[in-house]
Design a binder for this molecule. Structure first.
Ligand SMILES: Cc1ncc(COP(=O)(O)O)c(C=O)c1O
Length: 447
């Protein structure tokens, strides 16, 4: 099969002409054209290999043969509408049940994380008969109108905050309201949610839900203090609302020690609704909402059918099952623990050497490090972070920045990422940061 139809320049020119310019490319100043991929490696039109540290969607590795075979095999037999009875959806839901707390047992299959969160919002509102939503600052929950409304990361750049949306401070113990030196940041941050609920009640409004990414990602790979979810859930439920855990980035073993990132909060914690997506289909559009019988029952009782043309079709479910098989057979959760710990150790060594690295955080293969100009006032080193990512790309390593100041470098690679990959990327980060520091020192001397 020809890997390229057009020369790169033509592809780029036509893309600019034909595709909406708000659909931005990675490395937009000098985009990479990728024509094939395998495992954690991407290959451009010249056959140059790039180490992929950012594709969390291709969870078990790009073009994994078990996934492509499962898709092709089912596609040759049947891919029908989900209103016909079929075994794959049942088998898949049963397999997912085994990863979840018992209470979460009713599934709705959809095609994207955004669809999952939009449905979660409908479920929450139908069940509680309340409208308002509490979210964390800098959160992102999807691109539908309803989700832009509950995503401060987006709505702050648009028309602004709706009267039914309330924003709680992000429990960031590095640069947030309460930091690592606070005796109980989990409780202190949960109390900010309680105060918000009280304010909402004073205005005569009622809370339907608290939406939260189990580990906030666009906010900059934030680790939430354990015990925070339990306390918030207590306050939200007392207000008649439900707790929605957005696992769209973090589910399916990315954190290594657990299948779901909300489980990092403690085995005693169970959300009322969980949404999942990205890694579920290894690149095939497959997403899901799981909830309790009570919440699903209230949704059924409204008498309106929920019909989703593609959600949970036999091919999607065959792919979803194959992803679960590979996670188990290749023991990818243990790999995430082993490689994630190694990468964390290497990054901490770099932190000791380079003052610009203010913080290193994360778990499993969901890691980040934050660049700061000054370790005391924590002023973000945004330009340096952009430069680092650009220079890494020149070394054929794909990484990206995130966080409110775009100064956090994020790792969320395919789960087959290896110890050697971790060493390769940190060696390059070391070289580039040394160059940046040398340049900085020369500039200071010249002034
Ligand atoms: C935490 C989170 N929720 C929801 C979404 C939306 O998912 P999708 O892009 O599949 O609609 C994203 C996408 O980046 C996400 O990161």
């Amino acid at each position: 099969m020809a890997l390229e139809l057009f020369h790169k320049e033509h592809t780029l020119t036509m893309r600019k002409k034909l595709i909406g310019q708000s659909c931005r490319l990675f490395f937009s100043h000098d985009p990479v054209k990728i024509v094939r991929a395998q495992g954690q490696y991407l290959y451009d039109e010249n056959g140059t290999q790039y180490l992929d540290c950012i594709s969390n969607v291709q969870h078990v590795g790009h073009c994994h043969p078990s996934i492509t075979q499962a898709a092709a095999k089912q596609m040759e037999v049947l891919n029908a509408n989900t209103r016909f009875l079929h075994d794959n959806i049942i088998q898949y839901a049963e397999r997912l049940t085994a990863t979840l707390p018992k209470k979460l047992c009713v599934f709705y299959f959809v095609n994207s994380g955004s669809e999952a969160n939009d449905l979660a919002l409908r479920l929450a509102r139908q069940y509680t008969q309340h409208e308002d939503v509490i979210v964390l600052d800098h959160a992102y929950h999807g691109h539908l109108t309803s989700l832009i409304d509950i995503s401060p990361y987006k709505f702050r750049k648009l028309a602004g905050q709706k009267e039914w949306v309330h924003v709680a401070p992000i429990p960031d113990t590095y640069r947030g309201l309460y930091r690592a030196d606070h005796p109980n940041p989990a409780e202190a941050y949960a109390d900010t949610v309680k105060s918000l609920i009280d304010e909402v009640h004073k205005r005569g409004r009622k809370i339907s839900s608290f939406f939260v990414e189990s580990l906030p990602s666009v906010a900059g790979q934030i680790m939430l203090p354990p015990g925070y979810f339990q306390k918030v859930a207590q306050y939200i439920r007392a207000a008649g609302g439900v707790f929605v855990a957005d696992e769209i980035q973090t589910g399916f073993g990315r954190v290594g020690s657990h299948f779901w990132a909300f489980q990092l909060q403690g085995e005693d914690f169970c959300p009322d609704i969980v949404t999942m997506g990205k890694p579920m289909g290894n690149g095939h559009p497959l997403a899901c909402v799981v909830t309790t019988e009570e919440i699903a029952g209230a949704f059924t009782a409204n008498g309106v059918e929920y019909f989703n043309t593609f959600g949970g079709n036999p091919v999607s479910c065959a792919i979803g099952l194959a992803v679960l098989d590979v996670i188990e057979k290749e023991d990818l959760r243990s790999n995430a623990v082993r490689v994630g710990n190694h990468l964390m150790k290497l990054l901490r060594e770099l932190q000791a050497k380079h003052p610009i690295i203010g913080d290193v955080r994360g778990v499993g293969l969901f890691l980040g490090f934050e660049l700061v100009k000054d370790r005391v006032d924590l002023s973000p080193a945004t330009e340096e972070a952009a430069l680092l990512v650009r220079r890494l790309k020149e070394k054929h390593i794909c990484l990206s920045t995130d966080g409110p100041w775009e100064n956090v470098i994020k790792f969320k690679p395919p789960m087959c990422f290896s110890m050697q990959d971790a060493e390769r990327v940190t060696e390059q980060i070391d070289h580039i940061l040394t160059e940046i520091e040398d340049l900085d020192n020369r500039n200071k001397q010249e002034k």
